[in-house]
Ligand binder design. Structure first.
Ligand SMILES: Cc1cc2nc3c(=O)[nH]c(=O)nc-3n(C[C@H](O)[C@H](O)[C@H](O)COP(=O)(O)OP(=O)(O)OC[C@H]3O[C@@H](n4cnc5c(N)ncnc54)[C@H](O)[C@@H]3O)c2cc1C
Length: 465
């Protein structure tokens, strides 16, 4: 039995859904269209089963906890090979979890994704007008120059990160370090309801379990199965949940898909000149790029040990003693984490015997690049008489950044950039699923951009007239 009918339904209430609907609001083909937006907005009881004590408080902003329950619901049955995860709590749809640090993809990365760079650039400009992007108020230049000396503007480039912050942010420079202010922006119910030219009806506390060309099944808050008929279904549930819903399509015979992810490197070193600075620069206050032949090889954020130490919780280690030692040393500590492009990982996802298997290995490129990065860092440390205290290469499946995951037989690079699936009429995909390469950079701004572009350019299919 169908319990409701609509023109268009969007699954997911994250950044990509918002970008898509903002684009659709400006699309004359869809003026005043009735849209249903469906996503869970409350914690699921099973959320508490996950131990999150050793995750940085950066990720414990209220809404972020939502993602834990999706993980349990959707990936109870999954295994991993050659794969460790640091953002696994976000694996089944991140539910608006992210640090908020943003950057635009360069021309080369856009071309690798089959986008038209100048068109994409103008989309970045358009979304900039409605996203609350800003920089932290602290100027990093003097402090960082002192610390990094001749590395600034040579191989190790330091720049300001942009952050997506809410109006109530007081630029305390701590917003990525367990901020109690909930200052990181994510689209709220109000944001969705205020999108112009669309008649948006939000169905909260619902979780979609299955889709077909124009019908979806969802569970409501009483865990009852309900159905919805829609001319167009838009998947904006995050890369992993989108995959899970796409493999349920009856047209999808094979569940194999390419998954793109950005291997990560995290490091901490002691630098005693560091202590001469009176004020700290906060987490996310400095973005650095390591380049080779004018190509960015590695992109990361520099954190300040102090800003980590004042965060609540076990930031450094889950072992209390190690954690306390780190906290004492943190005044002298510089911490960094960054990413390599998805070319450094060869990763696939498949559904085998009711189990989702994510299988990956490093590519040859990875070993060369990681050696180069370590050499640059080591050289820097030697000059500054600093020492490494911790270095960690996380395996592929540095699952903060996922893209792709479109089952092979539905995938066509010329179609997927517009959110279209091969052989399927009425389902559109937005967000990370529409990308086929990730540069070593924060991807969410680009996910929002392409989702917006898809919403803006979408035409009504014959079934929708
Ligand atoms: C720990 C961490 C830190 C990160 N930091 C950064 C950063 O600093 N900068 C950056 O650019 N990116 C960062 N990312 C990546 C960022 O989280 C993602 O790129 C971004 O969340 C993608 O947005 P989205 O809207 O496509 O998907 P999501 O944010 O995953 O949103 C998916 C939405 O769909 C809903 N949903 C999922 N499944 C269903 C279903 N079956 N039925 C109904 N609704 C469903 C969810 O509730 C949610 O509302 C980080 C990720 C993690 C995990």
């Amino acid at each position: 039995m169908i319990s409701a009918e609509t023109d268009l339904v969007v699954i997911g209430g994250g950044a990509s859904a918002y970008g898509f609907l903002k684009g659709l609001g400006g699309n004359n083909h869809f003026k005043n269209t009735k849209v249903i937006l469906i996503y869970p907005s409350e914690y699921n009881a099973r959320t508490e089963l996950i131990n999150i004590a050793d995750i940085s408080p950066k990720f414990l902003q209220k809404k972020n906890l939502l993602s834990l329950s999706y993980y349990l619901h959707s990936f109870g049955n999954y295994i991993e090979k050659g794969f460790t995860h640091i953002g696994v709590h976000g694996i089944g749809g991140m539910a608006r979890i992210w640090g908020g640090s943003i950057g635009v993809f360069d021309k080369k990365s856009l071309i690798k994704n089959n986008f038209n760079p100048s068109e994409f650039q103008s989309i970045y400009d358009e979304i900039d007008s409605f996203l609350p992007s800003g920089c932290n108020s602290i100027k990093v230049s003097k402090k960082i120059k002192k610390l990094f000396g001749n590395y600034v503007n040579s191989r190790l480039k330091i720049s300001f990160p942009k952050l997506l912050i809410k109006d109530n942010c007081n630029n305390c420079n701590q917003c990525l370090a367990g901020c109690d202010l909930n200052s990181i922006w994510y689209p709220t119910k109000d944001d969705f309801e205020n999108i112009e030219n669309l008649d948006i009806n939000i169905m909260e506390n619902c979780f979609v379990t299955n889709i077909s060309d124009n019908k979806l099944t969802y569970k409501n808050k009483y865990n009852e199965n309900k159905y919805l008929n829609s001319n167009t279904i838009v998947l904006a549930a995050g890369t992993m949940q989108n995959y899970k819903l796409m493999i349920n399509l009856k047209e999808c015979k094979s569940t194999k898909a390419k998954l793109y992810t950005t291997p990560a490197l995290a490091f901490a070193f002691l630098n005693f000149t560091r202590n001469s600075e009176k004020k700290f620069f906060g987490m996310g206050n400095a973005t650095f790029l390591i380049e080779k032949n004018k190509n960015i090889q590695f992109y990361g954020n520099l954190y300040d040990g102090y800003s980590l130490s004042i965060s609540k919780g076990k930031v450094f280690s889950k072992y209390r003693v190690i954690d306390s030692i780190y906290k004492v040393l943190s005044r002298f500590m510089v911490v960094g984490a960054g990413f390599l492009s998805s070319d450094n990982a060869d990763c696939n996802i498949e559904y085998i015997n009711n189990t989702i298997v994510i299988d990956g290995k490093y590519t040859d490129e990875y070993y060369k690049n990681i050696a180069m990065i370590l050499n640059i860092l080591k050289k820097f440390l030697k000059e500054k008489k600093s020492i490494f205290v911790h270095i960690k290469k996380t395996n592929i499946g540095a699952d903060l950044h996922y893209a792709g995951g479109v089952p092979n037989e539905l995938y066509d690079i010329n179609k997927i950039i517009d959110g279209q699936l091969k052989g399927i009429e009425n389902v559109t995909v937005v967000g990370g699923s529409t990308f086929s390469y990730l540069p070593p950079e924060s991807p969410t701004l680009s996910y929002i951009a392409n989702s917006y572009r898809i919403g803006k350019n979408m035409t009504r299919s014959s079934n929708n007239e």
